[in-house]
Design a protein around this ligand. Structure first.
Ligand code: SF4
Ligand code: SF4
Ligand code: SF4
Length: 293
């Protein structure tokens, strides 16, 4: 090994190995709580009569094509679930004798799993807490579909230039001073649009005014770290198909582990760098450069 002493190499590798062996503490991930002025929706299932005006108005407001299926030979625009043309849908669930209408859509999580896994920031936390989508950054990996605990993002499989489709809280309407089209269309105030603090106050006002009408508090106040869409119900939330989430944000555990792993990667990178440096020194020395004595 010309010009580079064995002792120097061993010293270099020893230092790097010591770094590699050093334990990398996994830093706990900072919580990202919801803010009072985040915009969102309150969905009160007990007021919903299943008219689907919200679904129709949502489609119009977002310039999406109809999703027509033939039922007994008759065409109906009545999707049974979210799809690449449907950002919100009303489903009927049953819990024994009781039934309830459920409005499926993006929940605009305070700390969203879809954002956590989106490597290029195509899905991101935008203005006023809305989980927004930027198609120009999307590589179509569909990790967001896997990560979302509410099974919301849909992918345009049939398109030559596919994109992820989900509710963005009608943010394109804000410039015109308008809110969510679904809330505007609802004849029963089953859907209310506004800042989170006002939605929470309204939810609690309804709970206190008619405690026998509801059960289970307000879904989304704490579940999954808080969601922008809050839900009131007469049946258990799990019977409505809402997941039983704890108060911790869904990405919290995953990111804490991930950060621990990535911190662990620092040491191998240092080791690799040290080896590269030794190689470079050797080559340079072999080419007549100044070597170490
Ligand atoms: S509901 Fe799903 S898609 Fe919507 S913000 Fe939460 S994780 Fe993202
Ligand atoms: S907020 Fe807008 S995009 Fe979202 S479900 Fe309502 S109408 Fe559709
Ligand atoms: S418009 Fe209102 S009442 Fe009609 S289905 Fe939608 S949420 Fe229910």
């Amino acid at each position: 090994m010309p010009n580079v002493s064995r002792r120097t190499v061993l010293r270099t590798l020893g230092g790097a190995a010591a770094l590699a062996a050093a334990p990398a503490p996994a830093e706990a991930r900072a919580p990202r709580p919801p803010h009072d002025d985040d915009l969102g929706l309150l969905f009160d299932s007990t007021r919903c009569v299943g008219c689907r005006a919200c679904t129709v108005r949502c489609r119009e407001a977002n310039s999406l094509p109809e999703d027509v299926k033939l039922v007994d030979g008759v065409p109906y625009d009545a999707p049974i679930d979210l799809n690449d043309r449907t950002l919100t849908v009303i489903k009927r669930t049953s819990d024994g004798a009781d039934g309830a209408f459920v409005k499926a859509q993006c929940m605009h999580c305070a700390d969203p799993a879809c954002v956590s896994v989106c490597m290029l920031g195509a899905l991101h936390k935008g203005e006023r807490g809305v989980v927004a989508y930027d198609v120009s950054r999307c590589v179509g990996c569909r990790y967001c579909q896997v990560a979302c605990p509410f099974n919301v993002p849909r992918f345009q499989w049939s398109s030559a230039t596919p994109r992820i489709v989900k509710c963005e809280l009608c943010r394109h309407r804000w410039r015109e001073g308008k809110g969510a089209a679904c809330a505007e269309a609802c004849p029963r105030e089953a859907v209310v649009f506004g800042p989170r603090a006002e939605l929470r106050a309204e939810a609690h006002r309804r709970l206190e005014a008619e405690p026998g009408r509801y059960q289970g508090g307000v879904y989304g106040e704490r579940e999954g770290g808080g969601t922008g869409v809050l839900v009131l119900s007469a049946v258990p939330f799990t019977a409505m198909g809402l997941p039983a989430l704890g108060s911790e944000a869904v990405p919290a555990l995953g990111e804490t582990i991930q950060h621990g792993i990535y911190q662990g990667f620092v040491a191998p990178v240092v080791l690799f760098g040290a080896l590269a440096w030794v190689t470079w020194r050797n080559r340079r020395a072999g080419g007549g450069g100044e070597g170490e004595r």
